[in-house]
Structures are given as structure tokens and as C-alpha cells.
Design a protein around this ligand. Sequence first.
Ligand SMILES: [Zn+2]
Length: 375
Amino acid sequence: MTGTRRPPPGYPPHSRPVPADPAVDAMVAALPKVSLHCHLIGTVAPQTVVELAAKHGVPLGRGADDLYDHDSYEDLSEFLRVLDVVGSVIRDADDFHRVTYESLVAGGADHGVLYREIHLSPPGHPDVPYPQLLDGVVAGLRDARADAGIDARLIVGINRERSGADAVELVEQVIAHRIDEVVGIGLDYAEVNGPPGRFVEAYRLAGRAGLGRTAHSESGPPAHVLTLLDELGCTRVDHGYHVVDDPEITARCVAERIPFTCTPVSSDIGRYSGSGDGTHGRIRQMVDAGLLVTIDSDDPPMFGTDPTHDYRVLAHALGYRRDQLAVFTDNAVEACWLDGTEKASLRRRVAAMVAATPDAPPPTSDPHLLEDSSR
Ligand SMILES: [Zn+2]
């Protein structure tokens, strides 16, 4: 695929449109981004899903225009059902190559993403052997780097709705097929159906193998954050908005600089980060508390967003301008699992791009007092 860079795959219109503001648009487009919370299976453009379904003779019952219905994803089980459909049409190494490449180039580099740690979900592709999945993803990753200069690593996600034994088996596979590109493990799907304590053995196994550890916590109590840190050995938390309900746990996370990978648009639709009214109050609380917050787009086309748009909605809802938005990217550099030399190089690239980014004028009124601008 190198040398024949694909056109943008055509993500759906934004689900949280904001008023036109050329200065904000120029700022968020120019800012560098470092992506720590994006799922490969959730980045597939609708047209690609339709084409892969046709390739494998899978009836979808929907076209590209109505494949993703973000309004229905307040119901997590409905979202996960659609995710399974997408997973079911990605079947061979060529498919993984294609979706990885499109995700990293049109869905990443074209939005100023310099580096991404992609969450993979082997349990979402039950008929694809893990080594075959890896072969396709790594080929896509190498071509994306050659064509668009974006660097990436991989996080293997455990489906928390399955058993602890399944999780151990997956981590054993990761260790048996160890490659440099796989830097850690994660834990996703519905927290309500898979409390983190179920996965202690799998996480300890990963820790002994030197793998990085993170986990989603989108709907559980603040105490789940303690389970992640103290029992699973996580060094970062995906989502984690509820942490601010507990001042002691928040203070500890501030002191230990625990990163939280927040995803404004998807979490607004899923109602994890607030009441779904586009005000992003939880993210503001986390920033104001001094927590190490990073920003990403989770499952961008499925939720009607992209890496630039997640920055844009925060600029409008919370009045954030260049320097605050750049802090999110600096935080992601600090939180990522590159080695020290690579991290220093990434930090220099980020700093140069931030310096070249035009700042937008401050908002004319206090955005904290504004009504939801997306309605
Ligand atoms: Zn996620």
C-alpha cells in the first residue's frame, strides 16, 4: 500500500456539531495529537465495513449511510452489538492491514496525530488466529509510518464480559507471540458485566512479562480505580471520570500523576462523563483537580467524531485554547509507553508543532455558563 496512499475513508458527519469558528478550527487542526484511547475496531469507516462485508458475503442489512447510529449508543449493549458486527467482517490479514492503515492515516495522521497506541480486540474477531491478526495490523502500521510519518504501538484488549480464565489465555497468547509493537494490555467492554478484580491473575501475568497495563473504567465506582492501581498494576486509566467523586482517591491520583485517557464525544453520548448534554463538566472537574488528563476519540466514526473534533468540542464547551489543549498532548506524551529516547523525540516534535499553532481569541463569555452548544 506504500506509495498509493488511500483517500480519506469518509467518516460520518459530526454528532456534536458546534458553531462555525474559523480561529478555533484553525487552532484545533494545527495542534499535534498523541492518541492513547482509540480502538481499531471502532475506527473503521462505514464504507470500509460495507466493502469488507461484501468481500466476505456477510449480509449487513444496512448501508454506509445508516450503519452507525450514534444516538442509540447511550445504550452500551447496542453499541457493543454493532462493534461485534464490524469485528465479524474483518477476517484476514489483508483486512487488518487495510483497517489499520486507514485508521492511522486518514483517521490519525491527517488530524495531526503523531503517535497512537491502538487498542486491539482479539476476542472481537473469534475466527481470526491472533498471529494472523498481528501480521495484518503490523503491516498496516509499517505502511502508515512510511506513507504518513505516524508512529504506533499496540495494546491488546481483554473482553471483560468473559471469564478470568479467558483473560489469562489471551495474555498467554500475547506472551507466546511477543513482538516489539505490542506494548501492553487493556480491559474493555462493559464494566458492569466485568468488575476489574476478576482479572488480577491475567494482569499479574502481563506485569511479570514486562507489559504495560491499562484498563477501562467508565461506569464503576471510584473504588475500581484503586483496584486498577493496586491489584491490576495499571499505570493509567481509560475514562475514569468517576474518580472525582472521591476526593481521597483523586488526591492520590494527582500526587502519583496517574493518566486518565478521556474521550469527550463518545463519553458524552455514553453518559459516562456527565449527563450527555455536551457540557463536559466531568472533564473540567478533572482538569481543575490537577489530574493528568489526555484527550482522544475512542471509536470516532461510530460516535460521529475524529481526533480534531474532540479538541474542538472542548474548545467550545470549556473555553480551552491552545495552551490548555497542548497540555493534553503533553500529558499523553508523558503517559505513553515509548522508551525514554523515543519519548524525548516525540516531545520535541509536539513542542515545535504547538509553537507553530495559531491561538484562538479567548471566548467572549464564560463557557461554563453557556447552554449546551450542540443542541
Ligand atoms: Zn474505549
